[in-house]
Design a protein around this ligand. Structure first.
Ligand SMILES: *Cc1c(COP(=O)(O)O)cnc(C)c1O
Length: 370
């Protein structure tokens, strides 16, 4: 039996009529940008996350770079960010001319909260946390550090829609939460989409201005903004999907709980769960020193897997000018060589789960063959 790494059709097909009706309704409305659906989605999503405001944007990279732009963080400023993240988090900082200062992750792939303060300098203006793979960072400690040092706190929630820490949703701890609705995210649209969440009326207004060429009133431009709007079609489809988000996340939990209970290969380390945090299992990430061999072995067995991410941002060609060489962030670099995301999607069958489990449990790296 073949098992793909992901399959977005299982959920869609279950609710196909509802999505198609909504799409047709919007196509026939004649209103495609910044209309009722976006208004409704912004209210619905702010309500879901527990913030006063939400602003729909074109994607999460825009949410990230606009966050630092509206906070006035740019050239000469430093932003603390975890080293093991998707490169978009770092681009959100550097697009504004600010400098990323990398912190190694803890055992949960989150920024190591105990290593943040040693990186704070007179130039530090903000901390960007990334709730990687769906698991919330240690927010009580991080919020306290941000307050103590008077730093802005931005959350990259592209992988954590619905994840909580001590019962509070990601995207509601910091000044700004940045979300992606890229199709494969926990709350995925049918194209690109993004949003920010905030409790600040001032920041809410700033994002509304920046996403619309820097104008509050059309054709009266106050700042050099951009064009980054969640469109009506995506917002409408997201209004439908948001009703299923808890169910979608619960189903990912079903799959991952089975993985955790049934996988028992001593050369493969399973993901750990953080006390006080819930994970929404954006990915089920195992680690093994035999990662490349495992990936090839799974592929030969018809099982898809993905490396999130093979090259840490500081070693990416795009950031050669940062001059942070190999060996500077050893935990992050080792993870890049050892992480592998196993198949995980809504509606995975027991047979599919068992196929992945059996393959994982039967894996013997060549170096350990008798
Ligand atoms: C997907 C992702 C982004 C970028 O989201 P887009 O909507 O594709 O711009 C940023 N950060 C993380 C952690 C992501 O996983």
């Amino acid at each position: 039996m073949k098992v793909p790494a992901n399959n977005l059709l299982r959920h869609f097909e279950e609710h196909q009529q509802e999505y198609e009706n909504k799409a047709l309704e919007i196509l026939r409305s004649g209103n495609y940008i910044l209309g009722n659906e976006v208004d409704r989605f912004e209210k619905n999503f702010a309500n879901y996350i527990g913030t006063n405001y939400c602003v729909g944007l074109g994607n999460c990279l825009d949410a990230l770079w606009l966050s630092f732009r509206v906070l006035g963080i740019g050239a000469g400023d430093e932003v603390i960010v975890q080293a093991n993240t998707y490169i978009a988090s770092v681009m959100g900082i550097t697009i504004n001319g600010a400098t990323p200062v990398f912190v190694e992750p803890d055992a949960f792939h989150s920024i190591d909260a105990d290593k943040i303060e040693e990186k704070i300098t007179a130039k530090t203006k903000a901390i960007l946390v990334v709730h990687l793979y769906g698991t919330c960072c240690e927010m009580d400690k991080i919020v306290a550090i941000a307050q103590k040092h008077n730093l802005r706190l931005v959350e990259d929630c592209a992988q954590s829609h619905g994840a909580t820490y001590q019962g509070q949703m990601t995207g509601s701890f910091g000044d700004i939460g940045c979300f992606s609705f890229y199709p494969s995210k926990n709350l995925g649209a049918f194209g690109d989409g993004g949003a920010i969440t905030t409790n600040s009326a001032e920041l809410d207004q700033a994002f509304r201005m920046y996403r619309f060429y820097g104008s509050e009133k059309r054709y009266y431009n106050k700042v050099v903004g951009t064009n980054s709007r969640l469109d009506e079609l995506q917002a409408g489809l997201l209004n439908v999907k948001l009703n299923y988000l808890d169910q979608l996340n619960a189903d990912r939990n079903r799959v991952c709980t089975a993985y955790l209970n049934k996988m028992n290969n001593p050369v493969i380390q399973l993901p750990k769960l953080r006390d006080q945090a819930t994970t929404v299992w954006h990915q089920f990430v195992v680690t093994t020193p035999y990662r490349d061999e495992l990936k090839d072995y799974l592929e030969a067995a018809g099982i898809g897997s993905i490396i999130h991410y093979p090259i840490p941002p500081h070693l990416s060609e795009a950031y050669a000018d940062l001059n942070i060489g190999r060996g500077s962030l050893p935990i992050t670099e080792k993870l890049a060589d050892e992480v592998l995301s196993l198949p995980l999607f809504y509606g995975m069958t027991e047979a599919e789960i068992d196929t992945v489990v059996a393959a994982i449990n039967a894996f013997v790296p060549r170096a350990l063959e008798q």
